[in-house]
Design a protein around this ligand. Structure first.
Ligand code: F6R
Length: 612
């Protein structure tokens, strides 16, 4: 999605805005722009493409002012172009706005405004907001706040906006409905932003704005009210993120850094949730809803994309450890579906950003049905976290690479902890088994670290296979979801076509495409279906297909059949997705690198899809 930022303080606003946009770039990189006010002078600068283009222009033509707004765009309405880049201004260029979201009734509003003599400069839905605000100011609204409130009454859709006006050059008015917006409270300076990571180097004091709230910020501070004018009680939350967590720290890309962070990250989750001495899990987030959990006979897990793949693994492990009937749903389908759920069922939402629109709407639907809700989120204070009865933060830290890597394994690891805890609470697993499972989990960080021993080998595989145009990913049981995730990673960062299947399905159609031009990545760790996987590999080899196997260390037999074998340390099958994920991520990364792709910012993508 798009990222927005606003700043009022004593420093040069364009510098702060650009630095913040660099941290928001993962939300969109089709264009970027900013507007600053210096007295009554409005400076506007916008460039298409990478943020660096805006930086170059600002270096050449510096802008003044210690108040301003900025935007990084993921195009929805109107192609990526300078004219469609934000900020947008009204008909007399008195008002400038930045917007994240979608204005559903923009065509009707635009028509009305054109009837009143407005001329539109862009193809975006957002520009209508600037025109509306200016129209209200021209028609007698005394102050910007009043004009913004009137404009918001006309708008249908989702928004996080920030507006400035030449008439009140010391003020930003910001509002949200369905798109994230936070306020940062600094020393003699105030920020607004789409997320915390944008402003974390300047302040850790955050106010999470709710839907239908409006913030008016000036050089004296800020006030927050509801869209109907009533006052609001708000909390200032102190965020404890490490500032350097959102930096590359010597890695070529965020994706590579985040892949490498996984062993330490999992260790951190363990430190947070495990009493090592007694091998006891401390999951207060579940205790908080203990009575609902004990009463539940059914679980429904819902998520999108990579988080959905974690949810698929969640389905298997919840049924295994808790013996509860568990369904898994893609949020964008679930939200429209007539589903059957027993009263008291628990709906678990999984989301890195906590802002994915489909997941949020599906969660609200579950609440309307009277179901209990629990979520796994990474971003603290996000909409889904706040909407759920209880939230478990996965503590992956900021994930900047657009392709999700460490959030996936943090979600998985959290699901193991939660399902074991729940299994014990439900008395489905005996204390001895619980202890031995937890003990196995304590070895995961060091086993994950060992996977990196084969990183160079994976890079060599990438050299060998990066020019192939078609990939299959096959897995069985719990690793079918791993295959789906490996396939998604490859296509999103390297733009190679790939699909994933449960290996048993190969013979029911997909094998028709296997030739010497097809590479199949077979996930074949030691498991109950190992022999079946071996047969599948031989079926592929018989048709001259290339095979890369991900197998357990010490498995010599596989070398006879696979063209290349990437070894992972031995681990119980149920926990194997935690290790399998890493070579799949590295393979996608190195293939994309070899193909010259922009791994951190793959084309057409953005992080945290907060629109329908
Ligand atoms: C893929 C990826 C996406 C997200 C999906 C859900 O690498 O990142 O598929 O997993 O958009 O996002 P969240 O988890 O933020 O709800």
């Amino acid at each position: 999605m798009c990222g927005i930022i606003g700043y009022i303080g004593k420093k040069n606003a364009s510098k702060i805005i650009i630095e913040s946009l660099q941290r928001l770039e993962y939300r969109g990189y089709d264009s970027a722009g900013l507007a600053t006010l210096d007295g009554k002078d409005l400076y506007l600068c916008r460039e298409v493409g990478d943020l660096q283009n805006l930086i170059n222009t600002i270096q050449e033509f510096p802008v003044k002012g210690s108040l301003g707004i900025g935007h990084t765009r993921w195009a929805t309405h109107g192609e990526p172009s300078k004219i469609n880049a934000h900020p947008h201004t009204g008909r007399r260029d008195q008002v400038a706005i930045v917007h994240n979201g979608i204005i559903e009734n923009y065509e009707q509003l635009k028509e009305k405004l054109i009837g009143k003599g407005h001329k539109f400069k862009s193809e975006t839905d957002s520009e209508v907001i600037a025109h509306l605000i200016e129209q209200y100011l021209d028609n007698g609204a005394q102050i910007l706040e009043q004009a913004v409130l009137c404009a918001l009454m006309d708008i249908k859709g989702t928004y996080a906006i920030a507006a400035v006006s030449k008439k009140e050059p010391n003020k930003i008015v910001a509002a949200r409905c369905g798109s994230p917006l936070i306020l940062g409270v600094g020393d003699n300076e105030t920020f607004i932003a789409s997320d915390t990571s944008a402003i974390i180097p300047y302040t850790r004091k955050i106010v999470f704005l709710e839907d239908f709230q409006v913030a008016v910020i000036d050089d004296q501070g800020f006030k927050i009210s509801n869209i109907n004018g009533s006052s609001v009680n708000y909390n200032i939350t102190e965020i404890d993120w490490d500032v350097t967590a959102a930096q590359k720290k010597g890695y070529a890309h965020f994706m590579l850094k985040e892949i490498h962070e996984q062993p330490q990250m999992v260790k951190k989750i363990l430190n947070e949730k495990l009493d090592f001495k007694n091998l006891d899990l401390k999951i207060d987030e579940l205790i908080k809803i203990k009575s609902q959990i004990l009463a539940a006979h059914q679980l429904i897990i819902q998520a999108c994309g990579t988080s959905y793949h974690a949810a698929m693994i969640g389905e298997i492990i919840f049924e295994y450890f808790t013996n509860l009937h568990t369904d898994v749903e893609i949020s964008s389908e679930f939200r429209y579906k007539h589903f059957i759920a027993e009263q008291g069922s628990l709906v678990i939402s999984i989301t890195q950003s906590g802002e994915t629109a489909d997941t949020l709407v599906a969660l609200k639907k579950a609440k309307q049905r009277g179901l209990n809700t629990f979520s796994l989120c990474n971003v603290v204070g996000s909409s889904i976290a706040r909407e759920s009865d209880s939230v478990f933060y996965i503590h992956a830290g900021p994930e900047i690479g657009v392709a999700s890597t460490k959030a996936f394994t943090a979600q998985l690891f959290s699901l193991y902890l939660i399902s074991i805890f729940l299994g014990a609470l439900k008395k489905n697993i005996k204390p001895e088994l619980k202890n031995s499972l937890i003990k196995d989990l304590t070895y995961i960080p060091s086993l994950m670290s060992r996977v990196f021993d084969v990183e160079n080998y994976i890079a060599r595989c990438a050299d060998k296979y990066h020019e192939f145009r078609d990939f299959y990913f096959l897995g069985r049981g719990i690793n079918y979801a791993s295959a789906l995730e490996g396939s998604l990673k490859l296509k999103e960062v390297s733009y190679i076509h790939s699909s994933a299947y449960p290996a048993g399905e190969l013979k029911h159609g997909p094998i028709a495409l296997v030739t010497e031009n097809m590479v199949t990545v077979c996930i074949v760790p030691k498991s109950v279906t190992y022999d079946k996987m071996m047969s599948n590999i031989q079926e592929i080899k018989a048709r001259k297909g290339k095979v890369i196997a991900i197998a357990t260390e010490g498995d010599e037999q596989i070398k006879k059949y696979a063209d290349d074998v990437i070894y992972i340390p031995e681990v119980q099958e149920i926990f194997s997705p935690l290790l399998v994920a890493i070579p799949l991520q590295l393979l996608a990364y190195y293939i994309a690198l070899k193909r010259g792709c922009n791994v951190d910012k793959p084309r057409n993508l953005s992080k945290g899809i907060a629109v329908d």
